[in-house]
Design a protein around this ligand. Structure first.
Ligand code: UD1
Ligand code: CA
Length: 451
């Protein structure tokens, strides 16, 4: 049986932010979200999160997610923090301790750690690093066994020279952990109850202390500042880019891609520079995304091309369509196959049927547009009367000229043609040409005013 404790009570002063540290975003999700994800991959019986600074905000963010909360009112040290979780833990099985600000930790590494502890050992996740400054050092005896962890501030010069560091993450049988913690004191340089002091307690009673190492070099990096957060963000984005390249996606530049959520791609997808994908985005076979596009919670069908500087949000786009450049597709939009949406066209909460086109400068909102419809430049649906939104219906094979206003609610019948510049306030009959006539007048002899 496995239980997980995640320490997330620290303030993160160096972030200089009102947002609790573990709620800072990494890859579009909170840091804590990433840690919980790694923990959940091990299918633990429960996950207890120790909260203190910003506890309210953290709990709110993860309401109804099945987590157990433990409060640590004062941050008296990592040992004290784990102690606050003990009442919520069953004394059986193994407890795995994680940090809410070490977000890139991988489930496979945690599995190794838990497997080390399960037969009856205190298992530590340690790592050799170039610069161990600030970390707790793993002190080993002459036989190579772990003797203790010494915190940076309590270390002698000889201990400071040690390069094997404590990542902080560990696993141990629950019963042993609570016994050792009860005996931890705060007689040290920081006046804190150190979780790391349980190591010497275990050694003193001859209990096995095992070590294992992370699968990747950077997964144990913690975040204490915005600079460290930014570094981790780039590492995470490079992971996304590598996974996409491995899957056969063409990326113009793997360093200029941001995925804040999940991006899944079919075969032969290509993505130009500076694109941002948020939420859940699905790109079909052969989709091409131009430079500087933003797609959020969107589906794009096979063979569709999205040209540069387009923004697509909560929308579904069919196959072989062409979107942009400079198109804005807003939530609630469904575009069928072969639809063309051109530059400076905004579409909101509308459905467009197969092969319909709005190639320039248009606003289509709250509209149901049939197949093979052509919408001219400058045409807008006037869907809002200041209080309510109304729907516009444009049936199949309609041709709307340039600069037309369609004042909703209104229906344009199948096959109708609407002349340029019309202001349509009543339903348009099918198959006919409808215009609203404006007289062209020339005033002979008129003189331009002079300055
Ligand atoms: C800790 C380890 C150190 C290790 C390092 C790795 C101890 C005593 N030291 O040091 O050996 O090398 O992590 O980064 O454990 N926290 C609480 N409540 C507290 C104190 C901390 O929830 O009272 C949380 C923090 O929010 C953070 C984590 O525990 O997520 C680690 O705390 P931090 O103060 O950063 O530990 P270090 O001093 O870096
Ligand atoms: Ca500390």
């Amino acid at each position: 049986m496995l239980q997980v404790v995640i320490l997330a009570a620290g303030q993160g002063k160096r972030m200089r932010s009102a947002l609790p540290k573990v709620l800072q975003p990494l890859g579009g999700r909170t840091m804590l979200h990433h840690v919980i994800g790694a923990a959940q991959a091990l299918a633990p019986q429960r996950i207890v999160v120790v909260v203190g600074h910003g506890a309210q905000a953290v709990r709110q963010r993860f309401a109804n997610s099945g987590l157990v909360w433990a409060a640590q009112a004062q941050q008296l040290g990592t040992g004290h923090a784990v102690q606050q979780a003990l009442p919520a833990l069953s004394p059986d099985g193994v407890v795995l301790v994680l940090y809410g600000d070490v977000p890139r930790i991988r489930a496979e590494t945690l599995r190794t750690l838990v497997d080390e502890a399960a037969p009856g050992a205190l298992a530590l996740l340690t790592q050799e690093v170039e610069d161990a400054t600030g970390y707790g050092r793993i002190v080993r005896d002459t036989a190579g066994g772990v003797a203790a962890i010494v915190e940076d501030r309590d270390a002698t010069d000889a201990q400071k020279a040690l390069r094997e560091i404590n990542t902080g993450m560990l696993a141990a049988p629950a019963r042993k952990l609570s016994g050792w913690l009860a005996a931890v004191s705060n007689a040290n340089a920081q006046g804190e109850y150190y979780l790391t002091d349980i190591v010497s307690a275990a050694v003193a009673e001859g209990y096995p202390v095992a070590t294992c190492h992370p699968h990747t070099e950077t997964e144990c990096l913690g975040v204490n500042s915005k600079l460290e957060l930014a570094r981790l963000e780039r590492l995470l984005q490079m992971d996304h880019a590598k996974a996409l390249l491995d899957a056969g996606v063409t990326l113009a530049d793997p360093a200029r891609l941001d995925v804040r959520g999940e991006l899944s791609c079919g075969r032969d997808v290509s993505i130009d520079v500076n694109c941002l994908f948020e939420g859940r985005v699905v790109l079909g076979d052969g989709v091409r995304i131009g430079a500087n596009c933003i797609l959020k919670d969107a589906t794009v069908g096979a063979g569709t091309e999205v040209l540069p500087f387009s923004l697509i949000e909560e929308a579904s786009i069919g196959e072989r369509a062409r979107i942009g450049p400079y198109a804005r597709i807003r939530p609630g939009t469904t575009l069928a196959n072969e639809v063309h949406i051109g530059n400076f066209v905004e579409v909101k909460a509308s459905q467009l049927g197969e092969a319909s086109k709005a190639n320039h400068l248009a606003y289509i909102g709250d509209s149901q547009v049939g197949a093979r419809v052509n919408i001219g430049a400058g045409t807008i649906t006037c869907n809002y009367d200041g209080a309510h939104k109304h729907r516009t219906v444009i049936e199949d094979d309609v041709h709307i000229g340039s600069d037309v206003q369609l004042v909703a609610p209104v229906t344009v019948g199948r096959g109708a043609t609407v002349g340029a510049g019309a202001t349509i306030t009543k339903d348009v009959p099918p198959g006919e040409l409808t215009v609203t006539e404006k007289k062209q007048v020339t005033r002979a002899g008129w003189k331009r005013p002079k300055k």
